[in-house]
Write a new protein. Structure first.
Length: 451
């Protein structure tokens, strides 16, 4: 009797599909979990990366106040990813101040002169906020723990001054080089071309007979914005090797008003280095002996370590003698006589109307002829135009113009020049080159994500 019952039970196939249905159900749930939970994981990874990027950038912008770096990074992390929903994705201990090596593309925490901030954002067990899965926990029936994902990403943001903004020509719109100019010592020429022109739309324009030494860079956002002329590279030695595609923004143009205001108020952040003491932490303090004198016109003799604020009409004339160790801020146009010689001088003009705001006559010597030693250079700031006449020579010249900068022929600027302007125009037979840090001034920081 028992044997017959056992045989009948073993042979009974009713309910067999229930087992197969359960197996297929688990398989379908697992496949659905891969689609849904993995998509959610990738979405959260993208959110974490955006948060790390924003936090690192916020931190590096505050790098001048290292005590505030972590605060700013944390503020951006909580703004981007709600703590109530995601937990704390950024731990203060994982905001690091350090140094980014551009050559090796590596970050090292600490350093005497930090230039970078790293932020690591997490949704993982170590942060007590792993990302829970909705469907994949079903794999637990086969011994696979897929109830959560551990996700972490990092970002490194760096601040620096691109070399082209320390030594080179950077036009917000266009740079125009005529013929027979020479460019040496890794100098840069850039046109950002923010204003499109009908017809021939050139960011960098040039004629024939120019020379570009190996290492010189001619850049623009799109290389199609060079003139499309037959034999262009053949007729301009080194041009094809110098061409680089990329963006570069002359940020100091937007700072001209602040720079001029800072000079007038003797703000140490804007005064030239020869008028300030700089301690080991980089803090600046006005030197004793620096004074401000407000005048209606420039006197015939300028007293060193004086900031002259000139409240003038029309034009003020620079004295026809060697001028050194002074700052001149004029409300009107500034003009020099032929053969002017300036060393350790800052010229600023608030004029932004017709005619050149700063005009240097022929055969001007701008900067001390010390062939790239630090100090002795000349800075010019104006919202208007700048004109440098023919046969000049300069040794460390910085020009920041909210208008156009024009160079006439036969100037020798091979010992260091930096120009930021809306448009830059170079006539023929000039020589230009950089000299590795000999240009004075403190250009604006640029910030970028490098990892």
């Amino acid at each position: 009797m028992f044997t017959r019952v056992l045989v009948r039970f073993v042979g009974d196939e009713r309910g067999g599909y229930t087992i197969w249905s359960l197996m297929w159900f688990m398989l379908y749930v697992a496949l659905g979990g891969i689609a849904v939970d993995m998509s959610d994981a990738f979405r959260n990874q993208t959110l974490l990366q955006g948060t790390a990027d924003a936090s690192a950038l916020a931190g590096v912008i505050s790098l001048s106040d290292q005590a505030d770096v972590v605060n700013q990074a944390m503020a951006y992390s909580t703004e981007n990813m709600d703590v109530q929903v995601n937990g704390g994705v950024l731990n203060p201990a994982e905001v690091s101040v350090g140094t980014w090596n551009f050559a090796t593309r590596t970050f090292a925490a600490g350093g005497a002169a930090p230039n970078a901030v790293r932020a690591v954002t997490r949704r993982d067990g170590s942060n007590n906020n792993p990302l829970a899965t909705a469907f994949l926990p079903i794999l637990g029936v086969v011994g696979i723990d897929a109830s959560r994902f551990d996700i972490s990403v990092e970002a490194v943001a760096v601040r620096n001054v691109p070399s082209c903004l320390n030594d080179g020509f950077v036009a917000l719109n266009k740079t125009d080089m005529r013929s027979n100019n020479g460019f040496y010592n890794d100098i840069c020429i850039h046109g950002q071309n923010v204003t499109a022109d009908p017809g021939q739309d050139h960011a960098v324009d040039l004629q024939n007979g120019n020379f570009y030494e190996a290492g010189v860079q001619v850049s623009m956002p799109d290389l199609d914005w060079l003139p499309d002329r037959q034999n262009l590279c053949t007729n301009n030695t080194g041009l094809c090797d110098a061409k680089v595609e990329g963006d570069l923004w002359p940020k100091d143009i937007a700072r001209i008003g602040d720079i001029i205001a800072g000079l007038k108020t003797l703000d140490p952040d804007y005064l030239p280095d020869f008028m300030v003491d700089i301690d080991g932490a980089g803090d600046r303090q006005v030197k004793s002996g620096v004074v401000k004198q407000t005048v209606g016109n420039l006197p015939a003799t300028l007293v060193p370590m004086t900031v002259y604020v000139v409240n003038c009409n029309g034009q003020t004339q620079l004295p026809g003698v060697l001028m050194e160790d002074v700052v001149i801020v004029a409300s009107c146009r500034v003009h020099s006589a032929s053969g002017a010689h300036l060393e350790n001088v800052v010229l600023a003009s608030e004029h932004d109307g017709a005619n050149d705001a700063i005009s240097m006559a022929a055969q001007s010597t701008l900067g001390r002829a010390d062939y790239c030693s630090s100090g002795g250079g000349v800075e010019m700031y104006t919202p208007g135009d700048v004109h440098i006449a023919a046969q000049g020579e300069w040794h460390g010249l910085r020009i920041v113009s909210g208008g156009d900068v024009k160079f006439t022929s036969k100037n020798v600027g091979i010992h260091g020049i930096s120009v930021q302007a809306v448009n830059i125009d170079m006539s023929s037979n000039n020589d230009f080159g950089l000299c590795g840090g000999g240009v004075p001034g403190n250009p604006a920081w640029h910030y970028a994500l490098v990892r």
